[in-house]
Design a protein around this ligand. Structure first.
Ligand SMILES: NC(=O)C1=CN([C@@H]2O[C@H](COP(=O)(O)OP(=O)(O)OC[C@H]3O[C@@H](n4cnc5c(N)ncnc54)[C@H](O)[C@@H]3O)[C@@H](O)[C@H]2O)C=CC1
Ligand SMILES: O=C(O)CCC(=O)C(=O)O
Length: 531
């Protein structure tokens, strides 16, 4: 019986679908071409969703996707998935960043050459029975100045091909360092404006975001040389199509080649279709047998490994957690979750900040991940309405105004390894801490008291005046109520004349017992909770 249901809502390679089907835990439904309301009607049944670029995963889809845990994008661009809504709903979004790099670079390069040599127009005349050798004079790419915006995977591959054709490559990418530009033998532009000024050709290889929308605007297009060519095989919306049309009509731009459009599919009367020198393809950059097999198989394994074993690879909205990391940090994550939950149960409400500190070997690990796990444990212990997980915990904390910081261990300790978690409220700090006894995680500090208890199970936490008879009363009351004690840890604070007792119990104590204990003189606080 399958535990997880996965919907493949855009066509991916058969090998990808087969790879998903190899997991007995997963039931796969391939249902492509769904209308938005059809997707809304069925998405609630699914734990995983596989898309390419056709399916639009909107906030409405997330609101209806009550069981959804992960989306796998068989490709690079995730602009068809509302990332903020995914994060808010705790859904991991993964893409397959490298599987279609070469195919897309080759397609963009093909667009550039076809544009330079009027291939589609010449082809059309030949098959129409004409032999017109005058109308289609092209331009060489050799010696031309090529501006590349975006020197990630595809931009870099494009650059290599352009260099082989004798082009002078100038690249702009906010993450391109001088050393890397030198290694790639490209001229580094400090801004997009500088890359485009005086360029003969521009090709775009950047994601579409609010910041990059219309990055190729009228001013930048106008700053290119007269007769310049524009190639966009990244995303529609990066080029201001209206501005491009104006500059094609004025003759400043010689031609344009597009694989992607502001609206897909573009309308039949799209103004740019009237351009004399132009090449258009229907978002085919990644449409090769090789690329589709790569991304289909990659996305299938990523989704399967996430659903079945919790591994996270190529996530765009949270840190990765591969099998190796999961193995090394796994025990720490269990301790971190327990400490976060414990603090939520015994600390005050409405805290200002959570402070997480590490001592010993744990501090060598990816503590960002451990800290995020503490936060997730804390919020899932305290914040009952929202389903909090590793994906949305930072967003939930931000919405609550809860700060999370890492600092150094503050409690006096002889432990050689420790995770300490403090809730800070006003000037007060409430601290819990845990360590390992061999491989076993243990809680060793609660609110100023050194204790020694398990990290999972059912607990009774009692704060009382440090005086004779209280422990005996606790034991006998639990016994009378039929609640078996599995472990008991007692800690006194002599200076305050206070004691804390943490009792692991085999079953949840009845409410009547808790009320009786709370009404007992000398007992200051009684909490019953599970970790
Ligand atoms: N037509 C198609 O079928 C395909 C289109 N794509 C598109 O190509 C884009 C690039 O893909 P990859 O190279 O694999 O991604 P990548 O992540 O390897 O590279 C993107 C680069 O753009 C840079 N960048 C971001 N903002 C920028 C800005 N304002 N100016 C200049 N550079 C900026 C980044 O620093 C990064 O280096 C994807 O986002 C996707 O939209 C990808 C595959 C297929
Ligand atoms: O799925 C496709 O064919 C589109 C590929 C694409 O645009 C991408 O990977 O960003």
């Amino acid at each position: 019986m399958a535990t997880y249901r996965v919907l493949v809502s855009d066509p991916i390679s058969e090998k990808g679908v087969d790879a998903l089907r190899t997991a007995p835990e997963i039931q796969v439904d391939v249902n492509t071409g769904l209308k938005p309301d059809e997707l809304l009607a069925i998405i609630g049944d699914y734990h995983g969703l596989v898309v390419r670029s056709q399916t639009k995963v909107t906030p409405e889809v997330f609101a209806a996707a009550k069981n959804l845990k992960a989306i796998g994008r068989a490709g690079v661009g995730v602009d068809n998935i509302d990332r903020n809504a995914a994060t808010d709903h705790g859904v991991v979004v993964m893409n397959t960043p490298s599987g279609n790099t070469i195919s897309t670079a080759e397609h963009a390069f093909t667009l550039m050459l076809s544009l330079a040599r009027n291939i589609p127009q010449a082809h059309a005349t030949v098959i129409a029975g004409k032999w017109d050798r005058k109308s289609f004079e092209g331009v060489e790419m050799n010696g031309k100045r090529l501006a590349i915006l975006g020197m990630g995977r595809i931009g870099t591959e494009f650059a290599k091909r352009a260099q082989a054709f004798g082009m002078h490559v100038v690249a702009y990418d906010p993450f391109l360092t001088a050393a890397r530009a030198q290694g790639l033998k490209v001229e580094l532009a400090e801004t997009a404006d500088l890359a485009l000024a005086g360029a003969d050709v521009v090709t775009l290889h950047i994601p579409l975001t609010d910041e990059t929308n219309h990055i190729l605007n009228k001013a930048r297009l106008s700053s290119m040389n007269k007769g310049a060519l524009v190639v966009n095989c990244a995303r529609g919306g990066l080029v201001d199509e209206a501005a491009a049309k104006e500059l094609l009509d004025s003759g400043h731009l010689a031609g344009i080649a597009l694989d992607v459009y502001e609206v897909e599919p573009p309308p039949a009367d799209h103004p740019l279709f009237a351009a004399k020198k132009a090449v258009f393809t229907p978002h085919l950059g990644a449409s090769t047998a090789e690329a589709q097999e790569n991304v289909g198989i990659e996305v299938a394994y990523q989704l399967k490994d996430f659903l079945v074993s919790g591994e996270i690879r190529n996530a765009v909205n949270m840190p990765n957690l591969d099998a190796k990391t999961l193995e090394s940090v796994g025990p720490y994550l269990n301790l971190a979750t327990a400490l976060g939950k414990l603090l939520a149960k015994i600390g005050p409400g409405q805290v200002d900040a959570l402070r997480v500190s590490y001592l010993g070997p744990v501090s060598e690990l990816d503590t960002q991940l451990v800290t995020r796990t503490v936060l997730t444990g804390y919020l899932s212990g305290a914040h009952h309405e929202a389903q909090v997980n590793l994906v949305n915990a930072p967003a939930v904390a931000k919405a609550l105004g809860l700060q999370i910081t890492e600092s150094t261990v503050a409690i006096a300790t002889n432990w050689t390894e420790l995770i300490e978690v403090s809730a800070v409220k006003g000037g007060e700090t409430f601290t819990v801490a845990g360590t390992f006894f061999g491989n076993a995680p243990r809680i060793v500090h609660i609110l100023g008291h050194n204790v020694e208890t398990n990290t999972s199970g059912q607990f009774l936490f009692v704060e009382n005046d440090d005086r004779p008879g209280v422990v005996g009363l606790l034991g006998s009351s639990l016994g009378t109520a039929g609640v078996n004690i599995a472990n008991m840890s007692l800690s006194r604070n002599k200076s305050l004349s206070r004691a804390v007792t943490v009792i692991e119990v085999d079953s949840e104590p009845p409410v009547s017992l808790l009320e009786t204990l709370r009404a007992t003189p000398g007992i200051l606080r009684v909490l019953s909770f599970g970790l």
